[in-house]
Write a protein that binds this ligand. Structure first.
Ligand code: C5P
Length: 227
């Protein structure tokens, strides 16, 4: 049994506002992506890690690896959407029936060992396992005409990564997927006959760096963990 970890990092990070996609920006002295990859190298030392990058960013990543003396995982070319990027990586895996695939956003460098282990541990007897956290803001559902209604937040969960699935059903789902517009992999799997997704407790610290201020919060959390 092999655990394959796909780290998707082929996005352009348009909401982030920096010249560089957020996954390449500096977090405590090195690119965000190195912290993300190392979280999995340390939690799952035997895992097969696959890094998904857009082709234009490959030379930059290579030069960053040279600068930091960092060994890159195997690289697969990304696509025009997150789902397409995941699909490229899933279809590049030569795996067996009992192999597990974990898919993680490169822009979530603060994923911790406990979350990774909870997700892997919850996959037995399910089709997928994903971390989720309670929603703390009040939520409103907005209509096209601008009107809105409140939603019971106690029934809502914010979904994070890593998300884990069995290799064969995931491969089948991606082979058959039509339009690649879904924002996470559980959304694709639940549209198949392998749609029993188990939720496990995520972590508020496992944030996806999205807006400029997120990098500073991530740095503070990372520095605290190093102490
Ligand atoms: O855009 P968003 O923040 O939802 O992207 C989540 C993750 O998916 C990021 O790590 C991003 O780099 C990755 N992604 C990708 N290929 C794309 C778009 C996003 O690998 N075409």
């Amino acid at each position: 049994m092999t655990i394959h970890v796909i780290i998707v990092a082929a996005g352009s990070g348009s909401r982030f506002g920096a010249g560089l996609p957020k996954q390449f920006c500096e977090l405590s002295g090195r690119p965000v992506l190195m912290t993300t990859i190392d979280a999995f190298r340390s939690a799952l030392p035997e895992a097969n890690i696959i890094l998904v990058l857009s082709d234009p960013m490959r030379p930059l990543w290579q030069s960053m690896c040279d600068t930091h003396g960092y060994e890159s995982p195997e690289i697969v070319s990304g696509g025009s959407s997150r789902a397409q990027s995941v699909s490229n990586a899933v279809l590049a895996i030569e795996g067996g029936c009992d192999d597990i695939v974990m898919i993680h956003d490169g822009a979530r460098p603060l994923v911790d060992k406990d979350t990774i282990e909870r997700v892997v541990g919850a996959l037995a007897g399910a089709d997928g396992a994903i971390p989720a956290i309670q929603v703390t803001d009040s939520i409103r559902l907005v209509s096209d005409d601008g009107s809105s209604v409140s939603v019971d937040r106690s029934k809502l969960r914010a979904v994070q990564t890593p998300q884990a699935f069995w290799f064969k059903p995931l491969e089948e789902a991606y082979r058959q997927a039509g339009e690649m517009s879904f924002t996470d992999d559980a959304s694709l799997m639940e549209s198949t006959r392998h749609g029993m997704i188990r939720l496990v407790e995520g972590s508020v610290e496992n944030m996806k760096i999205t807006n400029p201020g997120d990098m500073e919060i991530a740095r503070i959390i990372l520095e605290r963990r190093k102490r």
